[in-house]
Design a binder for this molecule. Structure first.
Ligand SMILES: Nc1ncnc2c1ncn2[C@@H]1O[C@H](COP(=O)(O)OP(=O)(O)O)[C@@H](O)[C@H]1O
Ligand SMILES: [Mg+2]
Length: 364
């Protein structure tokens, strides 16, 4: 697929604080209209990267291009960019309408235009009926939408969201994720959002950059990052995964095999590596099947072990199976009907297997 030209491009962007490297040679290309997430644990440099895009931090080196224009020398207020912070602090003494209109008035926009734009924004976030309320008279989710309306009021070309839903509890957060995406898509603004919550990134973003220690480890769609993690860190960071360590024993164009403590594992892709090099197979727990009876058709990746732990987690069962060499393998099985009770119990000897297309071999 042809890559759309980057609307927002960073070239080997670096930010150093004294000794510490907060952002380390980050090169990204983000398309117009995209919702792009920076995902990583606390301290990995997400906010610093976002603050450089906004103009609140000066890069130590590297370039930022917005619509083809180098914005390095441009102060924050001249950039067609708006940033919504984690603590989106609305003015408590101003009502909703005044909160949204505030930046427009300060900019010197004519009164009639301020009125029109503010009304447009309030109806966009479906809060027109709440215009006269003060922030403390709104729910957390409503306050969050006021903050979004305020951020969008100046019609920025780029909207930066730093942990936009961080202040909301889990249930409200999930609901608000969809609302936010709907609003963003209706406006068509390009968004870079920061989050440490992988579900939030997967739900909201078109593409995700997984960050660790100032570096971007992988950029891809939620599906790409989940199905084809580039390395152990990404595989482990996103969702649940089994990382089976071993050595490369076969390496052809479209298949390879690795020797692990569990046995020889066959994989349906090559890695262009060197034989005997250390690698890991990443295989998701839901891609592994489990049964007390030996399956008739399992393919080459069929192993045995003993059930050590079982958890019933509502929609699925989760098992830890331990093989004779002590490897722990996590397996999950969907509960498709209420009646269906798994016959597998603690200490059972079981078979487990997965297809050659189910896992990916990781070199790093
Ligand atoms: N103004 C600053 N001065 C010194 N160090 C900073 C400053 N801002 C951030 N850092 C450091 O840079 C690293 C990245 O921080 P940050 O970008 O806030 O991470 P994140 O948003 O991913 O949690 C951290 O180690 C943090 O302590
Ligand atoms: Mg942060």
């Amino acid at each position: 697929m042809a890559q759309a030209p980057g609307f927002l491009v960073t070239e080997r962007l670096v930010k150093r604080f004294d000794e510490a490297l907060a952002v380390d040679e980050v090169s990204l290309s983000i398309a117009k209209g995209e919702i792009f997430a920076l995902l990583g644990s606390s301290g990995c440099g997400k906010s610093t990267l976002l603050r450089m895009l906004a103009g609140f931090e000066t890069p130590s080196s590297g370039r930022i291009l917005l619509g083809g224009q180098d914005v390095a020398a441009m102060p924050p207020y001249e950039r067609p960019v708006n940033m919504m912070f984690q603590s989106y602090a609305l003015f408590p003494h101003l009502d909703v309408w005044e909160n949204v209109a505030f930046g427009l008035k300060r900019e010197g926009m004519p009164k009639a235009e301020v009125r029109q734009r503010t009304e447009e924004m309030l109806s966009l976030v479906q809060l027109a009926a709440f215009a006269k309320r003060k922030p403390h008279q709104l729910s957390g989710g409503q306050q969050q939408r006021v903050a979004l309306a305020r951020s969008l009021a100046k019609k920025p070309k780029l909207l930066l969201l730093d942990e936009p839903l961080g202040a909301l509890d889990k249930k409200l957060r999930e609901q608000t994720q969809f609302e936010l995406v709907n609003i963003i898509e209706r406006v068509g603004v390009t968004v870079v959002m920061v989050t440490h919550d992988q579900e939030e990134a997967m739900t909201m973003a078109n593409r995700i950059a997984v960050m660790s220690k100032g570096r971007v480890l992988q950029v891809g769609t939620p599906e790409e990052i989940y199905e084809y993690p580039a390395n152990r860190f990404v595989a482990d960071f996103i969702g649940n995964v089994n990382l089976l360590e071993g050595r490369l024993s076969v390496d052809e164009v479209d298949r390879c095999a690795i020797d692990t403590g569990v046995g020889e594992i066959h994989v349906g892709h090559g890695v262009s590596g060197t034989l005997n090099m250390p690698v890991a197979l990443a295989v998701r727990p839901e891609k592994i099947e489990i049964s007390k009876r030996r399956p008739d058709q399992a393919g080459p990746n069929l192993f045995q072990g003993r059930v050590r732990e079982i958890a019933y987690v509502g929609s699925y069962n989760s098992y830890i199976v331990v093989t004779s060499d002590g490897t722990r393998v996590k397996i999950t099985e969907a509960n498709t009907s209420r009646q269906e009770h798994s016959e597998i119990t603690w200490e059972d000897e079981v078979y487990f297997w997965w297809s050659t297309g189910a896992g990916v071999v990781l070199r790093d």
